[in-house]
Design a binder for this molecule. Sequence first.
Ligand code: ITT
Ligand code: NA
Length: 185
Amino acid sequence: MITFITSNKHKVNEAEKIFENFDIKLEAIDLGYTEVQGTLEDVAIAGAKYASSKLNKSVIVEDAGLFIKSLNGFPGTYSSYVQETLGNQGILNLMNDIRDRTAEFRSVIGYCAPNSEPKIFLGKVRGEIALEERGSKGFAFDPLFYVKEYDQTFGELSDNDKNQISHRRNSLELFINWYKDQVDD
Ligand code: ITT
Ligand code: NA
């Protein structure tokens, strides 16, 4: 069993389905700690270290963000703050006259076992910022994030379809493959 430290129920839902495919049970705990400032990697490393020593368990944490090319990677590491303040409509307003709408979701999983050094796993997915919000599945930036191969936004995709290609799927799969090797040894 793996313990996922997060305050975000949508993440837990997605992660549970991904872990099911690999026959691993997931437990979710919201520790409600304050994140450090820094890169996704910094946040994931600090969070995993803190939670594993606090709970004396092996844990994963995730730090994710939306990186928009024409905005020099904004909102990036400020994604939570921007989601709560500007929101999706605010991002659309910023991009009013912008034609290059290339964007990337990134997810960094931090894993730490008690008294060990943390490890990190980076997953990404490429997409475009849609011209308007579309769909009410998903959460946060999902209605903005258009993917060509489905001709839909993450807000229009089912959890299962999002889980085929998402940044979270990619980071968790890297983690799971590494983790299974550890256990088999
Ligand atoms: P944690 O407790 O796990 O940190 P969080 O919601 O604060 O949950 P992050 O800091 O990792 O998550 O995410 C930064 C922002 O990006 C936040 O507003 C998320 O809702 C949003 N976000 C993360 N993953 C997303 C996804 O798959 N689709 C849309 N928005 C996402
Ligand atoms: Na967070």
